[in-house]
Design a binder for this molecule. Structure first.
Ligand SMILES: Nc1nc2c(c(=O)[nH]1)N[C@H]1C(S)=C(S)[C@@H](COP(=O)(O)O)O[C@H]1N2
Ligand SMILES: [Mo]
Length: 318
């Protein structure tokens, strides 16, 4: 159900938002004005500090995973975002500047030999950073091609040493904060949570991102640490992570909990399996690249299809 809006690649929000949420937004907007003033003050403070990891960029590009598409323009990718903590529109980049990204710690706990709470700068400097150009496909049928900087989750797993009983990783975003106005919405169950099976997480394509376009990742893209799993729909790629837990039980993710009929745990890209409300056969390249066919596993099937052998009875495709 795609309707042309002013910019051809933008979906009308009513097409991609569960209806009760779309309707409630009008009510929420009335409450939003007071927060804006407080957020302005926070934003000025947050922006003042230089990024303490800026000296690390740009880093060497790993050319293993080739992408045939041109890169999406940096300003296009950086101004068309999904980050519901800051609101349900695509234009949250300005509001997201209120996110304080230092000091920042990541708690790694659960079924690991070396649980720890690690300072973000210590973590970034300890990990093997590289640049990866990946296709990125949102479940809403838009796509971009972006040079991420990050490190394989496998490197973090080697640091904390998962126990044999660990079967899943559960990722969590920061919890409710006054400077994140979207979190005042009663429709969602915060914080944002996502999960991966441990073999998916250990795959070389799965990275924790610290940068983009050869610079530290900006707040609207999920600073200072976000997940990228390029063969899955974009909602799996959780932003601004504060906690990673190794679990035996499969975690329930944010969208799965809200709307399980439309968004499942595995969420692998498959053009042949339609979303209940729209086709996934094609995708719009944001920034004017036109509409192109979508690809099974977003084009990464040669690398990741083996992960799903023996899992055929699961609901693998979002
Ligand atoms: N914490 C958090 N992570 C999130 C989201 C969100 O709303 N909150 N949106 C997801 C969705 S639906 C997409 S498509 C991508 C968008 O990433 P980008 O804005 O960097 O392109 O972030 C994902 N990670
Ligand atoms: Mo998305």
């Amino acid at each position: 159900m795609l309707i042309k809006s002013k910019r051809g690649w933008e979906l009308p929000e009513s097409a991609v938002t569960p209806e009760h949420i779309f309707l409630s937004r009008r009510t929420m907007m009335a409450a939003g004005a007071g927060v804006a003033a407080a957020a302005l003050v926070g934003r000025a403070e947050a922006q003042a500090a230089p990024d303490p990891t800026a000296d690390l960029y740009p880093v060497r590009r790993n050319e293993t995973y080739k992408v045939e598409r041109p890169l999406t323009a940096e300003n296009v990718a950086g101004s068309y975002n999904n980050f519901y903590e800051f609101g349900t529109s695509k234009h949250i980049a300005h509001a997201a500047q209120a996110l304080p990204i230092r000091p920042w710690t990541v708690k790694i706990d659960g079924l690991v030999e070396k649980p720890q709470t690690i300072d973000i700068d210590k973590l970034i400097r300890a990990m093997p950073l590289e640049e990866r150009v990946y296709r990125f496909r949102c479940v809403e049928a838009w796509a971009m091609t972006v040079p991420w900087t990050g490190f394989p989750i496998k490197a973090l797993m080697d640091m904390v040493q998962p126990q044999g009983s660990a079967k899943y990783l559960r990722f969590e975003t920061f919890d409710t904060q006054s400077w994140a106005p979207g979190m005042r919405s009663p429709w969602y169950s915060w914080p944002y949570v996502e999960g991966l099976a441990i073999d998916e997480a250990a795959h070389d394509l799965s990275i924790l991102v610290t940068g983009i376009y050869g610079k530290p990742v900006p707040r609207q893209h999920g600073a200072p640490l976000r997940l990228i799993v390029p063969w899955k729909y974009g909602f799996k790629s959780i932003k601004s992570i504060v906690r990673i837990s190794f679990t035996e039980q499969r975690p329930q993710s944010f969208w799965e909990r809200l709307q399980g009929g439309e968004y499942g745990f595995w969420a692998n890209v498959n053009p042949a399996v339609a979303h209940p409300r729209w086709s996934q056969a094609t995708e719009e390249l944001i920034g004017g690249g036109g509409r192109v066919p979508s690809q099974l596993f977003n084009g990464y099937g040669e690398y990741v299809a083996p992960l799903y052998r023996g899992r055929e009875r699961e609901r693998l495709w979002a």
